[in-house]
Write a protein of this length. Sequence first.
Length: 678
Amino acid sequence: MKTMSNVDISAICYELNSLLEGARVDKSFQPTNDTVIMRFHVKGTGRIDVVFQAGVRIHTTQYPLDNPKMPPSFPMVLRKHLKGANVVSIKQHHFDRVVEIKMKKDKIYTLVIELFSKGNIILLDKEDNIILPLKRKQWSDRDISSKKEYKYPTARGINPLNLEKSQLIELFQESDTDLIRTLARSGLGGIYSEEIILRYSIDKTKSSNDLTEEEISKIYEVINDIFNPLKNHKITPNIVTIKKNDESININDNESINKAKNTNKPKEDVLPLDIELYNAEEYNKEYFDNFNEAADEFFSKRIKNEIKEVQEAVWAKKVGKYEKRLRIQEETLDGFKKTSEISKEKGDILYANYSQIENLLKVIEDARSKEYPWKDIAKTLKKAKKSGMEEVQIVESMDKLGNLVLDIGDYKIAIDSKIPIPENAESYYEKAKKAKRKIEGDLIAITNTKKQLKKMEGKRDVAMENIMVPQKRVKKELKWYEKLRWFISSDNFLVIGGRDANTNEAVVKKYMDNDDIYLHSDIQGAASVVIKTESREITDNTLKESAIFAASFSSAWTKNYGTQDVYWVKPDQVSKTPESGEFLVKGSFIIRGNRNHIRGVNLKIAVGIVDYEGKRIMAGPINAIKTHTDNFVMIKPGYIKKEATAKKILYKINEDNVISLDDVVRVLPSGKCDIVDS
């Protein structure tokens, strides 16, 4: 898997610093062992997620990963120290594959992301002592453990953004290898080293010590030419993909064939610079506005494939267990069938050759009556067979206990010479019967296994369809009412409610008109709800539905209540002016005059996709949702986390992929939920 180069990190850090300087740190998550997601809030922009994958990548992401139900200790420590902090700076350390993010809360913290080797993510205090690393590691010169002083890895190589020609001369003079290896090991990496060779047209295998001053000067010019766009922040982020059917290759042209076999170039890559090595003859190029976006598309595609591969392997193991069991049972069944068939045939053969076998047994019996040992009888039978004696031609062998093996037709048949033929035959018939009984049992077992296999395959198919591979989080332009709580009543009234203190203020001060209706759940911590009448007479249905809406989007849901009282009043009864000596917090209002109560309102709503000024997700009373769509899920206060409920709802209603997980989460009440079977 591609990991970010020093050049990639330089471009990323410049963009991140410009984007996140001053941003507020929100939560941190750890979706996988080596990956941390940190969420930032940027004024005027909103949420921005940045993914840090130790040893691999760092960039903003629009592809949120699933988070574990029980968060590991590392992101919890990040939350404890960094939540609410502001970003001071994001920079690359000495053009190395190390990023440091400085943040200020009550004091300065530094988050170090190591992108070399297997990498690490380390939180430092203001004295650069380690608070906690993602992974504890120890070398002879570095100890990455809590309470130890953090030491940066020894800087190696050159920085092409401020390179002096004297540094290049020193690099080549001290090298004991060829040109291409010297450049690659200097921090430029294989791809950019190949680009330098390509642009200069110099022999890559030439010894670094043999370079002339003129050649070094030319290499210096080429390096500056390649990296000036990075230095001047005029990059051209792009993803390159090798053409599947390269029409530029002429199979009769040896030069083209050799070119096509050139092979250190990957099939896909993401770069901040446009390089000639990935030429138009062999590669397609897709350009992006910034390198963070390009890196996100490139790496997230691979993560999606990895998630699918991991899940496929998990389910292959689960299904394979039943497939293996079925295979063994079917092989056993075949064995029982053959045993039953062959044993019966052997019994029949003994009767079919009764006279010959009986004569043979008499010969043996006579020999035993004369007290010949079994060993001598076996030798005598062998000699008699060679001499052509008819009675013993069917004898294959005989042991010292008198057990015979007869060679009759296609079978070797073992019998006991001490007992009569019917008893020998009966032993085979009994063996056939026993195998037949086992066949019946095995058929039942096979039927059960096939049912279990089919059930497991069904679970696998559902799980693979429902697998939450990262989906791109696209910021939508919301309608004004979508920024609030809202629904359309069964009688087509728009009902809106506040999401927090600020939007509660807006609902009343900005959106409530004189002929509207104001509702509020009779509990502290509830949305201000307004029915937009547009001068129409309000209906009982809309009033009841709005009461359910007001009750559900209140703290009653969080407290897992089943019912809640709600009241409604006219707009002129709602005031922001408190009584003398009182104080109103933001989002709160004084209600004057009589309140019209609606008692015992049930807390149960539905979530569905409706066509209202275009397809969008709506949460509200069940009757209202049913009126506008058949595609919905019912929920009530419960015990499942909101995000987990949202995933189930998304899977059930998102038939046309018109909504995202974030859309579902946004419309759900605060608190845990249970899905109600219809």
